[in-house]
Structure formats: C-alpha cells, structure tokens
Design a protein around this ligand. Structure first.
Ligand SMILES: Cc1cc2nc3c(=O)[nH]c(=O)nc-3n(C[C@H](O)[C@H](O)[C@H](O)COP(=O)(O)OP(=O)(O)OC[C@H]3O[C@@H](n4cnc5c(N)ncnc54)[C@H](O)[C@@H]3O)c2cc1C
Ligand code: FES
Length: 320
C-alpha cells in the first residue's frame, strides 16, 4: 500500500535547521511553523531542539552550501546544443554529490549570482563530476563562452528525484525505468543506487530531444538490461506495457513531466499502480526554499517548494 509522504530533503543534514526555521516556515516541525504543540511524525533528531541549541544565530551564520571554482572540460558533444562535461571539485563535495537526485547550481566565474542554474550530476568518480548540459536559454548558453570556461559550482543539493524513499526501500526486486532525452543524465546514478540494493534493472531509453542515446554502454557494463527505442510514445510505452506483466516492484521515470504523465497513464490503462520515483523538473533559482520559483500545488491544495520537499509525484496537482 502506497502512503503519501512529505519530508524535507535537508532534514537532519548540516543544512538543518535552515533559514526557513527563523520565520516559522519549516514545514517539518509544527512548532517551527508557529504552532503551540509538537505534532510532527519525524523520528529523527528533533529540529526544534537543534534550533534552540544553535540559538541565537545571525542570518549570516545560517548554514550555506560550499561554492567551488573549477574548469569545465568538454568530453563530448551530443548534439549542437548539448555537451557532456567534466569538472574537478575535490573529494568532499564530490562524495556529498554521489547520490541519486544530486545537483549543483552553476554559473561562469565572472557572471553575477542571478546566472546560477541547476545542473544534475550524471556521474561521480573520485573528485570529478560528469554532467550533461543543454544550452537552452540565457543562463545555460553563457557557460560555454568561452568553450572551456572557469565556473562556480554551489552544492550539494539533493532533491532532483521525487519518491526517493521508494528507491531506498526496494531491495532484491525488479525495477523498470523509462528514460528520455536529457533524462539520461540521471540514469547512471539511479542505476548505481538500485543495483547496490540487489535489484534487477531494465531501462527503456529513447533519444528524445537529445537526439542520441549516450548512456547505454555504461549502463550495460554496470549490469542493467537496456532496451533502446526510437521514440518513447511510439515504441517505448508499448514495450513497457509488455514488461508490466512481469513482477515489477518500482517504476522510474527520468525525463520531462510529459514522460512522467505519459508513463502514469500507460500504467493505469494497463491496470497497474506501481510505486514511482521521477526526476524533478521544477524551475529553480535558489534551491533553499526561499525564492519560490519552484513552488507547486499539491492535490490537497498546499503550496510546496519542490527544491526542498520530497514527496510522491502523484501528490502534485498537475500530475496525471
Ligand atoms: C534538479 C534539476 C536538475 C537539472 N539538471 C540539468 C542538467 O543536468 N542539464 C541541463 O542542461 N539542464 C538541467 N536542468 C534544467 C536547467 O536548469 C534549465 O534548463 C536551465 O535553468 C535553463 O536556464 P536558461 O536560462 O538556460 O534557460 P531558460 O530561458 O530559463 O529556459 C529555457 C527553456 O527551458 C525551460 N526550462 C527551464 N527550467 C527547466 C527545467 N528544470 N526542466 C526543463 N525545462 C526547463 C523553460 O521553460 C524554457 O522553455 C535541471 C533542472 C533541475 C531543476
Ligand atoms: S528554488 Fe527557490 S524556493 Fe525552490
């Protein structure tokens, strides 16, 4: 039975209690929301206790993520607008980013802070990050002027995948994934996590807007069964429908929200309702629950900041 859940991705991390707790906007702790009594169901370290322990605190002393300067090295050009890049950030930050859903905010070193934009971590090897970047608008396009630019990377941020508790709790099971376009940049980290839990993994991958499948060899070398299709809508969903009749413990969707919604519709049409984890495609500016650019409404009418809140994609108003 799938139960709705909501928790802060940063709870009990070195970022917690964050700035939101100063103004009664922590959504985990009832008392740090301004209520008189404790009625949270969090079983970890008490956020209110941590807050009082660390008080008084000046806003400038609030926890902040590391910012690292590095050079972007282009390893491969996937299409006219998409590059696979590597950059060296040191062992500590790289290790913190070696998780599903991890991302950083990045900008060119001489650009103002408003140019920061989120980029997911495709792979981590020792102190080196691999990322796939599509130059789609003003912020991402600035990165490659000049081609191998000096950049600032701020992180770690960890809420790039919704439904992470399903991934953590699925062990020795069968996991199916639909992966489309630039969503491929999430595939290696997802595969690492699910294979480490002894699961069997089948990934159906379509080139989408990226125009090519660029993770198949690495996934196969890790032990993932890869089924490449020319189009998810025309070919991939039918393939997945066939695979639904085998035992499936978890469904993953890595790509745009249209892919998530198409997959949910296909699953429901086939009479199934598997737990799902999907990539988070919100527009993000701060990553700290402050600016509001990533806010989305749940089906219960509650506005949440999706850079901080970990939930099931199905709980969001506009999900299928
Ligand atoms: C958690 C997370 C991880 C991401 N990882 C990557 C990555 O690994 N590589 C990469 O190239 N991009 C990634 N993105 C998307 C990237 O951050 C946006 O494309 C970028 O902010 C666009 O900025 P821009 O100024 O270049 O374009 P804008 O002018 O801001 O946007 C151009 C177009 O892209 C759309 N767009 C904006 N944000 C997103 C988004 N989050 N998802 C899909 N479309 C969007 C806009 O609606 C618009 O149509 C990620 C986004 C998030 C939230
Ligand atoms: S990105 Fe600023 S509140 Fe989420």
């Amino acid at each position: 039975m799938m139960r709705p859940f909501m928790r802060c991705i940063d709870v009990n991390s070195e970022q917690c209690p964050c700035l939101l707790s100063d103004t009664n906007h922590c959504f985990m702790c009832s008392q740090l929301k301004g209520e008189a009594v404790c009625n949270c169901d969090w079983t970890g370290q008490c956020i209110l206790h941590e807050k009082r322990w660390k008080a008084p605190r000046k806003p400038s002393d609030a926890p902040c993520r590391r910012e690292v300067e590095s050079t972007l090295v282009i390893k491969r050009q996937v299409n006219e607008h998409t590059y696979i890049v590597e950059t060296e950030v040191g062992l500590e930050l790289a290790e913190q980013l070696n998780k599903i859903g991890s991302f950083i905010f990045m900008r060119r070193v001489d650009d103002p802070e408003m140019c920061n934009f989120p980029v997911g971590i495709m792979n981590v090897k020792r102190g080196t990050l691999t990322m796939a970047i599509e130059t789609i608008g003003p912020k991402s396009s600035r990165l490659f002027m000049p081609l191998e630019a000096r950049v600032l990377l701020r992180g770690p941020y960890l809420n790039g995948v919704f439904g992470q508790p399903w991934i953590d709790s699925t062990k020795y099971g069968t996991i199916l994934a639909a992966v489309g376009g630039l969503g491929q940049s999430n595939a290696l980290m997802l595969a690492k996590a699910i294979l480490a839990n002894g699961n069997k993994a089948t990934f159906v991958i379509a080139p989408g807007q990226a125009g090519s499948i660029f993770v198949a060899d690495e996934l196969q070398a890790m032990g993932v069964e890869v089924i490449s299709v020319s189009s998810m809508r025309r070919e991939g969903f039918a393939k997945l429908q066939e695979l639904f009749s085998d035992k499936v413990d978890l469904l993953l969707s890595a790509g745009p929200d249209d892919l998530h919604n198409g997959l949910i519709a296909t699953m429901h049409e086939s009479g199934y309702n598997f737990p799902m984890a999907v990539t988070n495609n919100a527009t993000m500016c701060c990553g700290e629950g402050i600016c509001g650019s990533c806010a989305k409404k749940t089906k219960d009418g509650v506005w949440i900041r999706t850079c901080k809140v970990q939930l099931d994609f199905n709980q969001l108003e506009n999900s299928h």
